[in-house]
Design a protein around this ligand. Sequence first.
Ligand SMILES: Nc1ncnc2c1ncn2[C@@H]1O[C@H](COP(=O)(O)OP(=O)(O)OP(=O)(O)O)[C@@H](O)[C@H]1O
Ligand SMILES: [Mg+2]
Length: 515
Amino acid sequence: MSTPIIIAKKTTDTTQDIVLHSKFANRHGLIAGATGTGKTVTLKVLAESFSRLGIPVFLADAKGDVSSLAKAGSSSPKFEERLNLLKVDSVAFAASPVIFWDLFGQQGHPIRTTISEIGPLLLARMLNLNDTQEGVLSAVFRIADDQGLLLIDFKDLKSMLSYVSAHTSELKAEYGNLSPASIGAIQRNLLALGDQGGEQFFGEPSLNILDFIQTDSNGHGYINILAADKLMNTPKLYATFLLWMLSELFEQLPEVGDMDKPKLVFFFDEAHLLFDNASPALQQKIEQVVRLIRSKGIGIYFITQNPLDLPESVLGQLGNRIQHALRAFTPKDQKAVKTAADTFRANPDFKVDQAITELAVGEALISCLDEQGTPQIVERGWVMPPYSSFNPITVEERQVIIAQSIVAGIYDQAVDRDSAYEMLQNKVAEREQQKQQAELEKQQLKEQEAAEKQQLKEQERLAREQQRAEEKAAQQRAKMTQDIVGTFAKSAARSLGGSSGQKIVRGLLGSLFGK
Ligand SMILES: Nc1ncnc2c1ncn2[C@@H]1O[C@H](COP(=O)(O)OP(=O)(O)OP(=O)(O)O)[C@@H](O)[C@H]1O
Ligand SMILES: [Mg+2]
């Protein structure tokens, strides 16, 4: 069953509620208005109301003031005055269940993702790459993929870039021209991102986005608060990360039919940052995600000073609108007021463009989808008071909440498993080892050859010595025979004459030595 969420009381008659229907909360929304007009308080009122209905929320805390959602409110004379104005008797002050997150891991549980999960398109945006460089980065991703190298953290990407840079000519046939200038630019920009602290965003355990979608024991949705004060200094990084979260939600959640309430509401503060200098490809992708994600039960609420900061195609998709005061000092302001007014369904009771400039703090022009899903005519109303405090929580209070959180211990410690960096390192080490082995074998062969040569020489020497000894012995023997046979043999032989005489001599000698 759809539940009406009271977000404001009509200015002209505070007994009348202005409501947002829970079943259309996934039709997205807009909170706009100049500085100090009440956008953050409105965001808190919506977030608390969703949480109480069991709808988990994600939001980025740009100034640290949203952390007050974790602290119950309290009364004050000013607060009582406002209650009287709204004809509200009392407020059931309460804290909402929150989970603090922080990309830098200081003000909340660290949020990490892997290089491959971010993908070349978003990474190219984080690194401020031009089209050519983006093309090279995409090729680097494909090469890693084809070679079975995991891209998890910064050093994986760094070593992958060095690898590609050293093998451009071999890779050219398959992956096209990988210009050293482009690789160099990517490497430099990666270093710059590292200087901004970007190194710690990439690694494991990477965020399981479904951890955003949880309820507490009271059935209240958790409000996930991303510390974004430091992150806002690098607007592209901030916008890209939030976009990545949206695309993760989109990819991981199944299609759902019409639901009584969304699965998660995602508030995108400083939403103009998302579209500043976005390439047409990226802008198209954002529009697509916004259009399709609602069928997965996700509502996106953009918060920005001026609704004209958002492209038409996105603005046209925002069903629930809360417009706080705009200034109309310059002609440009006046044009913005006029355009903002034109986006509403007119109310015959007042002039919308005039009202926008007159609204008080905490007052707004509101148009939500009615029970049939069509935009209601615009109403002027006082936004309800929040249940939580107006004061941010202290550092100590935050630490206690972090320590007791339902995701405590899951993300706090980074792990570093074998991926491209380690594998490429191994490859180098392996090659080195192979080289050493080959060298060793060559040396051994050389030594063996030398040894064999030496042996041969020795054998020849021995053979020569033996021959010499034999010759000497033969000479001696010959001499001895001469002595033994003496003159008589000679004479006998001589007397026998011819060849037969020689034979007898041999026979005589043989018998002599044979004994
Ligand atoms: N609904 C409300 N009920 C009571 N007080 C409010 C309400 N809305 C705004 N205020 C008062 O106005 C102050 C400024 O509001 P808020 O911080 O929401 O402005 P903002 O539009 O977010 O400004 P910025 O653009 O600077 O972030 C609050 O601190 C609070 O005192
Ligand atoms: Mg604010």
